[in-house]
Design a binder for this molecule. Structure first.
Ligand SMILES: [Zn+2]
Length: 195
């Protein structure tokens, strides 16, 4: 694999970190005081991590290109699914653990699959409607558990695995396929003339 592009973003932060963005570029976040040489050696030290993530990102991009952008019909189909499946799933799991929930919002979120606000409203990612049903339900169950436990501690996971034993399987599915769905949605937005 050819050498990746490396972008350095300087800020007032105290530590140095890096990640691979969705174009396969390496983004290094570094404090102002760190030298170019230290950054280079930091990148060198993380070479394996970078390679692994770059490879995966580039493969995902290729798959997304091959499958192509979502069409307007795809999005309409997902919205139709969301309208029924989201309230069904949230209602079901909330019933299991005996919690009340607020509004359910359908969103396209680029970095998360769902969220839960302090006042009990739940947002779920529209792209869950292009996932297998058990994956959609796993995210609903996760957010519902936050109505009882805010953090991701032991108590939270005990509750979650109690109502959704196949949670890891669902998580793995999202890890393997989630980015692909995001890319296809990005391509859809591009096809509309956005960025
Ligand atoms: Zn969570």
């Amino acid at each position: 694999m050819e050498n990746p592009d490396i972008n350095v973003i300087r800020s007032k932060r105290k530590t140095i970190s890096l990640f691979v963005d969705k174009n396969g570029c390496v983004i290094v976040k570094a404090p102002y005081f760190v030298s170019k040489k230290s950054i280079d050696s930091f990148v060198e030290k993380n070479k394996q991590f970078i390679e692994k993530h770059r490879q995966r990102t580039l493969e995902e991009n290729e798959r997304a290109e091959r499958l192509g952008a979502y069409t307007k019909d795809d999005i309409k189909r997902m919205k139709d699914i969301a309208r029924k499946a989201f309230p069904d799933a949230v209602g079901y799991y909330a019933g299991l653990i005996g919690v009340k929930f607020g509004k359910i919002t359908v969103r396209r979120q680029t970095t998360r699959w769902g969220s839960c606000s302090p006042n009990g409203n739940i947002s779920l990612n529209i792209l869950l409607c292009d996932c297998p049903d058990f994956v959609l339900r796993s995210v609903a169950a996760h957010e519902v558990c936050h109505l009882k436990v805010k953090n991701h501690g032991k108590e939270f996971y005990n509750l979650l695995y109690g109502i959704f034993p196949e949670y890891d399987e669902a998580r793995n599915w999202l890890n393997r396929n989630g980015n692909l769905l995001q890319r296809r949605y990005d391509l859809y937005l591009k096809s509309l003339g956005g960025t």
